[in-house]
Ligand binder design. Structure first.
Ligand code: C5P
Length: 223
């Protein structure tokens, strides 16, 4: 491990989308690239942390020098996260699918010649962030993300502030992922860090720079 303020610390990072199967060859997913979570894991590693990196099927490769646990679905992610605890801190950057297909087929679905389309039913996925916050071995610092599509930045921060309270995490990094921002899948991010006492907006930075700032804040909080 690198020498740094997080030497001897174990930090869990979730990243990427989840894939929720419809049948063995089809799935529901979202546009998360995993870029921000990957950058955060690398930045924490660079400050000396031992990082457990639980990742869905991301577009970008995982960083070197971290413990990579690959999953597909939200339920698999929850199990991997539970297995990775205890940790000193958790950064939950994954874009977990809110719903899975409840009536997923074990065999590839086929057209039946009638012109009728299949009807998918959905079931809510477990909330991994909230589960971690309520766990008996809750990390001392839990950081969530709030990706919102707000009309105004104020809406994004208001929603994220409510989310921080609802989920029971210590910090929320809120960002506007409206398509016009180019953030989802892009190389830059513009976030607001929300904590119990208030909030601060960071300038638009590369995801690498955003990750370094967050890692430095985590190091401050843990030492
Ligand atoms: O509720 P929402 O998805 O907007 O909350 C976002 C935050 O919650 C992110 O930190 C995300 O990783 C986490 N989350 C989770 N499990 C879910 C849904 C979201 O851990 N099922």
């Amino acid at each position: 491990f690198a020498d740094g303020p997080l030497k001897g610390r174990h930090i869990l990072v979730t990243s990427g989308p989840t894939h929720e199967p419809i049948d063995p060859v089809r799935y529901i997913a979202n546009r998360s690239s995993g870029a921000q979570g990957t950058a955060i894991a690398a930045a924490l590693r660079d400050l000396g942390a031992r990082v457990s990196f639980v990742t869905g099927p991301a577009d970008v490769p995982p960083p070197e020098g971290v413990d990579v646990i690959r999953v597909q679905t939200a339920r698999e992610m929850l199990e991997a996260v539970r297995a990775a605890l205890p940790a000193d801190a958790a950064v939950m950057a994954a874009a977990v699918a809110d719903w899975r297909v409840a009536n997923a087929s074990g065999a590839k679905m086929k057209k039946d010649g009638t012109g009728r389309a299949p009807a998918l039913e959905f079931a809510e996925n477990p909330d991994i962030l909230r589960t971690v916050c309520e766990a008996p071995d809750r990390p001392a610092l839990v950081v969530g993300f709030a990706a919102e599509t707000g009309d105004a930045q104020g809406d994004v921060v208001a929603h994220a502030t409510a989310k921080r309270a609802r989920k029971g995490c210590d910090w929320i990094l809120a960002n506007d992922v409206s398509p016009a921002t180019g953030i989802m899948g892009g190389s830059e991010n513009a976030v607001t860090l929300i904590y119990a006492e208030g909030a601060e907006s960071w300038p638009r930075l590369t995801k690498t720079e955003t990750a370094r700032r967050l890692a430095a804040r985590i190091a401050d909080a843990l030492t």
